[in-house]
Design a protein around this ligand. Structure first.
Ligand SMILES: Cc1cc2nc3c(=O)[nH]c(=O)nc-3n(C[C@H](O)[C@H](O)[C@H](O)COP(=O)(O)O)c2cc1C
Length: 442
């Protein structure tokens, strides 16, 4: 029998009383609307809902503790830590640093030796500030294996508000181990990592699991991937609106965004937009235009974290103010001098003399002198002393790579025809699967 008790049986057919049918259809569409409105993967009690949030992106080197605290100071709703590879976290010791009020995950560098050498110094793998960021910090893991992912996540899960899996980093240090963007080519492995984290970490630590991906070569491929990932039990997905071969300076592609946001909404997963988001106002505009739930900012925040501030609260702050605030915060949490100097080079606008002046500095004290921050000099000297800073402190600069237009970008934006135009031979003719090519940067 059909599910309608008032159905009238006729040979081979069911007739349904029209008024009843109308009622039933109305009831179904109301419940469909309610389901689509209310469907949400539950947010565990110690986790966070990414909906309505404008957040700091994960950034290796640029997303260390002082950068995260500064982003929060200027209004970021959540902060992602830099990708940390599972193997580097496994084997660390969790230490409460009472002098700095931080939690430090440290280890002895193995250098192939089984036991640490005498007088060997411990390396700091990850530092977080439980009071100032803990409930708003998402830990991003680099991994290619479900068991290792769970093992590593367990080490930090009690101190953070969420675990995010990096499935978008195109750099060889990530992809060579099958991590980062390489996972976009092995969706079964990526899904099994997320499922393992959902199964093991969510009940034990009551925080959510999320993933950050890039666009695939075509909207169809992206759709299949997003559906698969949204079925794993994750609470959120961030889409970096570039394909793997695209360089950072190439404009983000928005064509697939609505489709991705729609799938996320349908499956109850929060969707964050990433790629060329300049500030809070633009983030809000993109969220409403594409029906997403939040947005993530990387490079704009790297050069001025006050991009998170609303216009009403003052909008973008002058670099002098941001730099002073950054130096203060770095000193408060004992940030490694080399890292502080690296970020200062991003915070001070390119052509200024101040930028040239700081290149020769080798300590917190020197930088305060050069920037005229006399009121911070005494504190700077103490911090230098505590960190054991000597004039020989090493500093490694950032090696930029110039971007080029590429076909992958065109294809992902729905312009496959244009993308193929001008290609000498198709990738498949050259014996390279198109998706593998994206990772190989061909
Ligand atoms: C210095 C730097 C380091 C980055 N490190 C990471 C990382 O650890 N994990 C990750 O998923 N993405 C990383 N990214 C990519 C950003 O999170 C972001 O996806 C990308 O920069 C696009 O956002 P944007 O257009 O706002 O810069 C990094 C980007 C930069 C500039």
């Amino acid at each position: 029998m059909p599910p309608f008790s008032r159905a009238i049986r006729r040979p081979g057919l069911y007739y349904i009383a029209p008024t009843y049918l109308k009622c039933h259809v109305m009831q179904r569409s109301i419940s469909a609307i309610m389901t689509s409105v209310t469907k949400r993967v539950p947010i565990p009690p110690k986790g966070v809902d990414y909906r309505g949030k404008i957040v700091l992106a994960p950034m290796v080197r640029s997303g260390e503790l002082p950068s995260r605290l500064l982003a929060l100071h200027y209004g970021a709703d959540l902060v992602w830590g830099p990708e940390t590879v599972d193997r580097s976290l496994i084997g660390t010791t969790r230490k409460v640093n009472e002098a700095l009020n931080t939690i430090d995950f440290t280890r002895f560098p193995s250098n192939g030796a089984k036991t640490p050498q005498k007088d060997q110094k411990e390396s700091l793998i990850y530092r977080l500030h439980p009071e100032r960021e803990g409930s708003r910090l998402i830990f991003q893991i680099g991994t290619s294996d479900p068991e290792r992912a769970v093992q590593a996540a367990r080490i930090v899960a009690g101190d953070v508000a969420g675990i995010d899996v990096n499935a978008g980093c195109p750099k060889p240090f990530s992809t060579s181990g099958g991590m980062g963007a390489a996972l976009l080519q092995t969706p079964d492995i990526l899904a099994s990592i997320l499922e393992a984290l959902v199964k093991e970490i969510v009940p034990e630590f009551q925080i959510g699991i999320s993933v950050k991906i890039r666009l695939l070569e075509t909207p169809e491929l992206t759709e299949v991937l997003v559906r698969k990932l949204c079925a794993t039990g994750i609470t959120a997905l961030t889409i970096h609106c570039r394909t793997t071969p695209m360089r950072p300076r190439e404009r983000a592609i928005r064509e697939q965004l609505k489709m991705i946001a729609d799938i996320c909404r349908e499956t109850g997963v929060a969707c964050l937009i990433n790629g060329d988001v300049a500030n809070r106002a633009q983030a809000e505009q993109l969220i409403s235009e594409f029906g997403a739930d939040g947005a993530m900012i990387a490079t704009a925040a790297e050069s001025n974290p006050s991009c998170f501030r609303t216009g009403a609260d003052g909008g973008l702050a002058p670099w002098e103010e941001v730099v002073e605030q950054y130096i203060k915060t770095s000193m408060e949490v004992g940030n490694r001098w080399g890292n502080t100097k690296y970020l200062l080079a991003h915070l001070i606008p390119g052509k200024l003399q101040a930028l040239k002046n700081i290149t020769s500095t080798k300590s917190y004290h020197q930088v305060c002198q050069i920037l005229g921050l006399e009121h911070l000099e005494t504190q700077a000297k103490e911090v230098d002393e505590r960190l054991g800073i000597t004039p020989e402190t090493e500093y490694q600069g950032r090696k930029g790579k110039k971007g080029k237009n590429n076909n992958s970008a065109l294809a992902a934006g729905g312009n496959q025809g244009k993308a193929r135009h001008g290609q000498k031979k198709s990738l498949s003719k050259r014996g390279i699967p198109e998706q593998a090519a994206a990772v190989a940067n061909v």
